[in-house]
Design a protein around this ligand. Structure first.
Ligand SMILES: *Cc1c(COP(=O)(O)O)cnc(C)c1O
Length: 355
């Protein structure tokens, strides 16, 4: 047994994938299963494909390599606009890539020419979230670039919501994407195959029945892997949210004062902690810390456990209210949010177990 560990229930993820594919399919939407949240575990990518995800999507080429080496066939969608450094590899390794700079399209075109290849792209449009994307008024210049770069095909357009600016998808900004797509399509003189309307946060439009009908792709990670939608601060009621648990082992149990003794300066991460005095309380240390998880993203599954904080390697819990009392050697389980899943699956120190 090696703790800490992240135990993933692949059957629960299969159920989520099937529910999402079915629900999206009813609205004419194909699903790109996003694997980056769990470091592209091949077994889970396989589950996504089997459930009917039309693409496997990841932000990192190393993850695409990992999936290819495990025998997955894609098609692969690269979610992060490429670095100059990886242009050649993009052409070799992925089927569709997101782009947001005309220079990148030109470089991809050159790399395609060198290899006698073609490449499909989705042009990202920034509708206010202010992460990547062309401004809607740059569409003419974008169309000119595509017309010049014959080996790079414009498969369609895409948008992000709730990634940097926290801007939520609405029917209005969905329609803006549709309008930009129409303009680009008429400038190119050909129809666009894909209108990619966002990520997990866009499922809310589907549920409310206000998704513009031209939108025909969503790129879904969080909902599929965790059954949650952090941008709307909710568990999605028609999905399973018990897909994975983080487990760590207790290495100290002792009753201690709830306020530190002495002059309080900054903690190991430069924050000055504030403590409420609740008297002496039973607390436990779990052997896991910021090198393994994001403590703010853990939900204790054992009633009575409160998370007090964490340093690099120690997770401090108040366990005064737990019955029976927590003992040395106990294994404590937590639900995880997206950030905690990301940290656990990218940490060298956490064993990922897929059941
Ligand atoms: C990560 C990512 C997604 C998936 O987001 P979720 O909220 O996990 O569904 C979609 N599109 C892009 C461009 C991404 O980087």
């Amino acid at each position: 047994m090696a703790y800490p560990q992240l135990v993933i229930d692949s059957a629960a993820i299969a159920e989520n994938a099937a529910s999402i594919v079915r629900r999206c399919g009813q609205c004419g939407i194909a699903v790109a299963g996003v694997t980056k949240g769990m470091s592209a575990q091949p077994a889970l990518a396989q589950v996504m494909k089997e459930a009917g995800c039309a693409w496997l999507a990841d932000s990192r080429l190393v993850n695409v390599v990992r999936l290819r080496e495990a025998g997955l066939e894609g098609p692969f969608l690269l979610l992060r606009i490429p670095m100059d450094d990886e242009i050649d590899d993009v052409v070799d390794l992925v089927d569709v890539v997101l782009v947001s700079m005309t220079e990148t399209i030109e470089r991809l075109d050159q790399a395609c020419r060198d290899r006698s290849r073609t490449l499909d792209t989705l042009a990202m449009i920034d509708l206010g979230d202010l992460r990547e994307g062309f401004w809607p008024d740059e569409v003419e210049c974008l169309a000119q670039t595509y017309r010049r770069c014959r080996r790079v095909r414009c498969l369609g357009v895409g948008v992000n919501f709730g990634c940097f600016g926290g801007v939520q998808p609405t029917a209005e900004n969905g329609k803006k994407l549709v309008a930009v797509a129409a303009q680009l399509s008429s400038l190119l003189g050909s129809s666009l195959e894909i209108l990619s309307g966002g990520a997990t946060s866009s499922l809310a439009l589907l549920e409310e029945g206000i998704m513009p009908q031209e939108i025909n792709q969503l790129r879904i990670g969080e909902a599929l892997l965790l059954g949650s939608d952090v941008s709307h601060n909710r568990f999605i009621p028609w999905l399973r949210n018990d897909t994975m648990i983080f487990q760590g082992q207790v290495v100290e149990v002792r009753r201690k004062p709830s306020r530190p003794i002495g002059i309080i300066g900054a903690d190991a991460f430069g924050n000055v902690p504030v403590f409420e005095d609740r008297g002496r309380r039973l607390r436990a240390i779990v052997a896991a810390g910021r090198q393994d998880i994001r403590p703010e993203g853990l939900r204790p599954l054992l009633p009575g456990v409160e998370i007090l904080g964490a340093s690099s390697d120690h997770l401090l819990l108040d366990v005064e209210a737990c019955r029976p009392a927590v003992k040395l050697g106990d294994v404590i389980s937590f639900g995880v949010d997206y950030g905690a899943m990301l940290a656990a699956t990218t940490s060298h120190y956490v064993e990922v177990k897929i059941r």
